[in-house]
Design a protein around this ligand. Structure first.
Ligand SMILES: [Zn+2]
Ligand SMILES: [Zn+2]
Length: 313
């Protein structure tokens, strides 16, 4: 079979490799669609702490068909250990020793059965693959107060994550404003019935979906007194953010991290995609072949928010 292999930063090759051999408790999944995200760009450009040693397979938003049962599945990208302190307090998304499941940019991968989620009838593979990032968006929304307490939400960053957050918040009946400097991304948010701006101010809850220290600071500055800031975008390793102390103290701002998702959130995301509550087609670009993946990742962050749909077969 063919697989995308990373041999080092910026060195992506499509290679003919042997079919993966599932170990006990694993299933072979033939990949129908894998979508790209910002994490893939980081993995390709500079490597990533969760990548195995080179040569490494990657791609973590993956939908396909189980070879043994024929069931359509989303391959969850992680399996929590179930034993560490966060796992024992029912926060598997911050498990101390998760097993990461990478390798969606290939014709097949072997995955633990515990990481497989059944795909609802009628949901296409590319839409199912997007349940992975949508689950993270659901998790982030769950970290914020509900609509009754926080009816007015700001989203900083109109990339795929910001667009997914906006879609979920609009569906909950909140007033949503998305800030992004790209006009195309503001148009995408407006199509979701969000308001748009280049700079947020005075929101009950602010979601930071950029992942840069200066954006973390701007998110804090955009919260109303008594407001909540949810940090969804991870910054480069070693980053520090300078935050203004005055609103943290005198306005009693509440700052919360949001990382990853729990398995139940993946199932909820699949159901929302199948129901059309979140329109995955608005973010889909392609489909492309494995051979086009490097160019797609290199296209970077300019232009509209989009996720490339890779069809490896
Ligand atoms: Zn992702
Ligand atoms: Zn754990």
């Amino acid at each position: 079979m063919r697989a995308a292999m990373l041999h080092g930063p910026g060195d992506l090759r499509i290679e003919e490799v042997a079919d993966p051999e599932p170990r006990p408790g694993e299933a072979l999944v033939r990949v129908e669609a894998a979508t790209t995200c910002g994490t893939d760009v980081k993995m390709w450009r500079r490597g990533h702490p969760i990548l195995p040693p080179y040569p490494a397979r990657f791609g973590h938003e993956t939908a396909g068909v189980r070879e043994d049962t024929g069931e359509r599945v989303l391959v969850g990208d992680s399996l929590a250990c179930g034993e560490c302190r966060p796992c024992r307090s029912e926060r598997p998304q911050i498990c101390r020793s998760p097993r990461w499941i990478l390798g969606g940019f290939a014709e097949a991968l072997a995955a633990p059965e515990g990481a497989l989620h059944s795909v609802p009838d009628g949901l296409e593979p590319a839409g199912a693959a997007m349940a992975e990032p949508l689950a993270a968006a659901l998790h982030a929304v769950g970290r914020a107060p509900g609509r009754a307490v926080a009816p007015d939400a700001g989203v900083l960053g109109g990339g795929p994550m910001g667009q997914m957050l906006a879609a979920l918040l609009v569906a909950e009946g909140r007033t949503v404003t998305v800030a992004d400097r790209h006009a195309e991304r503001r148009e995408q948010a407006a199509a979701l019935a969000a308001m748009t701006t280049e700079e947020l101010a005075d929101h009950d809850v602010v979601f930071e979906a950029v992942g840069r220290p200066e954006a973390w600071r701007a998110a804090v500055q955009a919260a109303a007194p008594g407001g909540v800031v949810v940090f969804v975008g991870g910054c480069a390793a070693g980053s520090d953010a300078r935050l203004p102390t005055r609103p943290l103290h005198y306005d009693e701002l509440d700052l919360r991290g949001a990382f990853h998702h729990a398995p139940a959130e993946v199932d909820r995301a699949l159901a929302l995609l199948a129901a059309g509550t979140v329109d995955w087609r608005a973010l889909a670009a392609g489909p492309i072949a494995l051979e086009e993946l490097a160019d797609a990742l290199a296209a970077g962050n300019e232009g509209p928010a989009r996720k490339w749909v890779v069809e490896p077969r």
